[in-house]
Write a protein that binds this ligand. Structure first.
Ligand code: Z5A
Ligand code: MG
Length: 212
C-alpha cells in the first residue's frame, strides 16, 4: 500500500513541562503548515477517544484509581493502537505533529516512587521513532503566570520537577530544546522553522524504531 512515488511525511513530537504551550502550538502548527500546502495531521497522547483512552481519562481526572504499573501499560497501549494509522499516514506523505509521546510516558511514571527509567521504557521500545522531538521549557515562575494547576492527577509542583529531570535523561541527538517563555506568535515562528526543516530532512530517511 506504500506510495513509493511520494515523499514520506515527518514524525514530529512535542514534549515539555506543564503549561509550556504544547497544545496551543501544535494546533497552530497544523493550521499554518496546512495553509502553506503541507500535508499535516495532528495527534495527541493520551488519545482519550479510544476505549483505552477513556480508561486513562478516568484515571487522570481522578474518577478511578488504577495500579501504577497497569496505568503505565495503558498509556503505552494507547500509543501502540495508533501505530498502524501513523505508519500509513507517514508513508503516504502526511507529516504528523504529535502532542506528547513515549517520553511523557517514561518521565511521568518514572517520577513515581520505585520506578526505574529502564523498566518504564520497555513497553514503548519499537514504536516509530520521531524525526524530531521539540522540547518546550518554561521556568516554574513563568508557568505560574499562566494560571494555576488544574484538577488532574500529576498537577503538583514537586512531581512536575521530577518529571522535568526525567525528560533531561531522555534527551538525545534528535531533540531540540526551545525556550517557551515568549509570546504565542514568536514561539510559533520559531517552531514553524524547525518543522519545515525537519520535513525537508526526513524525506529520504527511513523510519526507525524507538529505543532500539
Ligand atoms: N501522561 C502520562 O502520564 N503518560 C503518558 O504516556 C502520557 C501523558 C502521554 C495529560 O496530558 C497528562 O497525562 C499529563 C501527562 C500524562 N499530566 N500532567 N501534567 P495532556 O497532554 O492531556 O495535558 P494537558 O492537559 O494538555 O496540559 P499540558 O500539556 O501540560 O499543557 P500544554 O499543552 O503544554 O499547554 P497549553 O494547554 O497549550 O497552554 C496552557 C495555558 O497557557 C493555557 O491557558 C494557554 O492559553 C496558556 N499559554 C499557552 N502559550 C502561552 C504563551 N506563549 N504565553 C502565555 N500563555 C500561554
Ligand atoms: Mg496540552
Amino acid at each position: 500500500k506504500r506510495n513509493m512515488t511520494r515523499k514520506r511525511g515527518a514524525l514530529i513530537v512535542f514534549e515539555g513541562c506543564d503549561r509550556s504551550g504544547k497544545t496551543t502550538q501544535c494546533n497552530l502548527l497544523a493550521k499554518n503548515l496546512t495553509d502553506k500546502g503541507e500535508n499535516v495531521e495532528l495527534m495527541k497522547f493520551p488519545d482519550r477517544t479510544t476505549v483505552i483512552g477513556k480508561m486513562i481519562n478516568d484515571y487522570l481526572s481522578c474518577k478511578k484509581d488504577v495500579e501504577d504499573h497497569s496505568v503505565h501499560l495503558l498509556f503505552s497501549a494507547n500509543r501502540w493502537e495508533s501505530v498502524p494509522k501513523m505508519l500509513e499516514l507517514l508513508y503516504n506523505g502526511t507529516t504528523l505533529i504529535i502532542d506528547r509521546y513515549a517520553y511523557s510516558g517514561v518521565a511521568f511514571t518514572g517520577a513515581k516512587p520505585d520506578f526505574e527509567i529502564d523498566w518504564c521504557k520497555q513497553p514503548d521500545v519499537g514504536l516509530p521513532r520521531p524525526d524530531k522531538v521539540i522540547y518546550l521549557t518554561l521556568s516554574s515562575e513563568a508557568a505560574a503566570k499562566r494560571g494555576g494547576f488544574g484538577e488532574e492527577r500529576y498537577e503538583k509542583t514537586e512531581f512536575q520537577n521530577r518529571v522535568a529531570k526525567n525528560f533531561e535523561l531522555l534527551k538525545d541527538d534528535d531533540w531540540v530544546t526551545v525556550d517557551a517563555d515568549k509570546s504565542v506568535d514568536d514561539l510559533q515562528m520559531e517552531l514553524l522553522n524547525i518543522c519545515r526543516k525537519t520535513i525537508d530532512e526526513s524525506v529520504n530517511k527511513s523510519i526507525y524504531k524507538l529505543w532500539t
